[in-house]
Design a protein. Sequence first.
Lengths: 300, 273
Amino acid sequence: MSTGTASATAGSPHVTSTFRHAMIWPAVLVILLVGLFPVIYTLVTGFQNINMFDEDTGFSGLLNYRRLAGDIRFWQSLLHTFIFLAIALPVELVLGLLLALLFLERMPGKQIFIALLVLPVVTSPIIAGAAWRLLFDNRFGPINEIIGWLTGEPEAILWTVDPTFVYPAILIAEIWQWTPFMFLLLLAGLSNVDSSLMEAAELDGAGFWQTFWHVTLPIIRPVMWIAVLIRGLDLFRLFDVVWALTRGGPGTMSETVSIYAYIQGFQQFETSYAAAMAFAIIVLLSILVMMALRRMEIDR
Amino acid sequence: MRRGRLTLAGRYLLALAALVFFLFPIYWLVMISFKTPEEIFATPPVWWPAQIQFENYLVLFRDGDAETVWNSLVIASTSTFLAMLLGTMCAYSMARFRTGGRNFAMWVISNRMVPPIVIVFPIFLLYVKLGLVDSFAGLILLYTAFNLPYVIWMMRGYIQDVPIELEEAALVDGCTRWQTFRIIVLPVVRGGLFATAVFTFVFAWNDFIFALVLTRNEATTFPVQVTHYFGGQSNFWAKIAAMSTLGTVPIFIAVAMLQKFLVRGISMGAVKG
């Protein structure tokens, strides 16, 4: 990970401890604004009782956390978040992997294809959501039109309103935007695999899938874990695409935990309650990340 | 491995199908921005405008809505500059002297994992007290702070790749540490600096949730402006499309120039591509 010579220079007489620390402190102080302040603030405020009408800064014990435990809408928003995560993540992974395998083959001009395929990844998620909202429009959007061609009769699916279709709509937009991310990382991982290994396996009589399963996959597993971790964290905070397409609707059907926290904090002005929720999210996320990292360590 | 599965033609066909799927939404968005109202609200939909016309863009400039792109530009580039400056200094100290050690490095990157909604809520209440809501300074400070862990993490990787002998030679020649950093290290990692800066810029440029909470009208960025066009009953399609295109094309151009650094950039340095 780091160069072995680094420690040698650390002892060199030119390095003063002042220099080392003067270089890091400005950055650390600024990071504390997002790294420490929110944690302390949500922790403290979560034990108070501040809302739109009341500025009660006295200690209110577990009031907000008890309310949170009994708040069905909160648990549902968590459930929705995990449904999005549980479907989008594997689909993106598999599609990305298939695409990566396709582009691993010899194909003149493939750099141009790859350059174009990654454009969704760098599009602002809210803009991606806006684009899909236009595509899904029941009257003027092309998607119902295309489905109409296939079924032979005009379709007027209300993608962003009909309870049956909001999940598919959000998932399609999400998968559209992030499959290229998986693709790009996995392609890079695969490109580093020594192709003679795979050829040797095939010579020994292993089929394509056998080779893939026993030779290729173990080699790209570290890259895969990184990609899954990054995407998993992103999906856990899912906000923009849902906001653009449904705003959590119909009702609260597609509300994610980020959207619910936003509504409590900025539309209901339940300051302390939203703080408690934010703190609960931090704790939950820390547990999940630690579990994931441990899993990755074991896997290596 | 390379024999007897898909023919070259078959591969191209699949690649083309993927390309159509991943580019069509972008095509649709850009194309709507050139349509007339009659073409936008036609059933069945019009697949390409009869004539390219720029009225949808002119409206944005006439009404002053295009200013939000300018706001985005100022905020994203200033915060990028600050994050790059502070972050690269910090990364140098970490990479060369192991300042803080592994735990400090892990702490730095863990700040990147916190969901924005958790950060923005306390920040909003702080900014209300400090009078920073709806100000350029407020957003710039927040984006700088939020992007710093990424910059530090990336630049630490790039600096670790620089052979240490270069610096030792400079030190022997009598350069101070700071001079060595500025004159020797920075030029060597300029590719990494440039790539990291562009991705940092993209994060700030594309952000929605921070800007949604922390702006009203003075400092509104373009993604927030786009959502203003979604009404309860009617959506201003032409404006949505034109504003989105205006804000997206510059990013596409920047990233097209950065192909070499793309994988390392979006994987947070985990995959060197």
